[in-house]
Design a protein around this ligand. Structure first.
Ligand code: KIV
Length: 258
C-alpha cells in the first residue's frame, strides 16, 4: 500500500513511523523493499554524497536531480524532498515554484522545510495551496554558521518553551508531521504529547512518534563525523573498501580476468 501524508499523520499512537534518507534509486529501492514509511531526500545529500562540509551549498537543481532518482523507483514509502536553505529564506513565489518543480517534475510527494514559528506563515501559505509540508525544528543544519556547530537543543527552560511553541505554530500552519533534530529527550517527549501530529525524531530520544536516520550513518558509510546517537546497522564502508582492494589485487596479480 502506498503511504500518503495522511497515512503518516494517522500513524500517531498506532505504531512508530520509520523514516530514512535516500539520494538515489539504488538506496531508495532497498529502503522501500525493507518497508520504511518515509524516504527523505535530505539536503544531507550535500555532505553524504557531494563532498560539501555543510548542507548550505545544496541547490534546488541538486535536490531536483536526486529527488527524481528516488521518485523514479515508485516506492510505496512517502517521498519527501528537502527545500534548500537559499530557497526557503527567499521570496515566497520562488519557494512556491521550487515546491512545484520538486513535486511536478521530480516527483516528490511532500517537502520538508527547516525552521520554527518564524517559518509558519510561509508554510501556512504552502499548505493552503495543497503542498504537504514536513516541518523541521531543533538543530537546523542549514543554520550551521549561526549556531557555531552542532549541539543539543532544549536544555534550558527558555529553549524548551521556544521548541514547544515552534511545534505548535507549525502544526497550526497545516504541516502533516514535525521532524525534531537533536532535541533533549524529555523535551521531545513533551512536544510529542502536546502535538496531535506525529513527531519524528533524530537524536531526540525514544519518546517521539517515529525515528529517522541518515542512511550513510546507519549503513556505516560515513567518511567523517558520525553523531553518537546513531546506531550503525551495517559496516558497508569497510566492506566496499575490501571489495575494491580484492579487485585491485586480482587485477595486479593477473587473477582477474581468469
Ligand atoms: O537532510 C537531512 O538528511 C535531514 C536529517 C535530519 C534527516 O534533515
Amino acid at each position: 500500500m502506498r503511504i500518503s501524508t495522511q497515512t503518516i499523520s494517522s500513524l500517531k499512537g498506532e505504531r512508530p513511523i520509520v523514516a530514512v534518507t535516500a539520494y538515489d534509486a539504488v538506496m531508495a529501492r532497498y529502503a522501500d523493499e525493507a518497508g520504511v514509511d518515509l524516504i527523505l531526500v535530505g539536503d544531507s545529500v550535500g555532505t553524504t554524497q557531494l563532498g560539501f562540509e555543510t548542507t548550505i551549498p545544496v541547490t534546488l537543481e541538486m535536490m531536483l536531480h536526486h529527488t527524481a532518482a528516488v521518485a523514479r523507483t515508485k516506492p510505496q514509502a512517502l517521498v519527501v524532498a528537502d527545500i534548500p536553505f537559499a530557497v526557503a529564506h527567499g521570496e515566497f513565489k520562488d519557494l512556491l515554484e521550487a515546491c512545484r518543480r520538486l513535486m511536478q517534475i521530480a516527483g516528490a510527494e511532500a517537502v520538508k522545510i527547516e525552521g520554527g514559528a518564524s517559518m509558519a506563515p510561509k508554510i501556512e501559505r504552502l499548505t493552503n495551496a495543497g503542498i504537504p509540508v514536513l516541518a523541521h525544528i531543533g538543530l537546523l543544519p542549514q543554520q550551521f554558521h549561526q549556531l557555531g556547530g552542532y549541539r543539543k537543543f532544549g536544555r534550558s527552560e527558555a529553549e524548551k518553551l521556544i521548541l514547544v511553541a515552534d511545534a505548535l505554530a507549525l502544526e497550526k500552519a497545516g504541516c502533516f508531521a514535525v521532524l525534531c533534530e537533536m532535541v533533549d529527550g524529555p523535551v521531545a517527549s513533551t512536544i510529542a504529547q502536546e502535538l496531535a501530529l506525529p513527531l519524528i525524531g533524530i537524536g531526540s530520544g525514544s519518546h517521539c512518534d517515529g525515528q529517522i536516520l541518515v542512511t550513510n550513518d546507519l549503513l556505516g558509510m560515513t567518511a567523517g563525523y558520525v553523531p553518537s546517537f546513531v546506531k550503525q546497522y551495517a559496516d558497508l564502508g569497510n566492506q566496499i573498501r575490501g571489495a575494491f582492494e580484492a579487485y585491485a589485487e586480482d587485477v595486479r596479480k593477473g587473477n582477474f580476468p581468469s
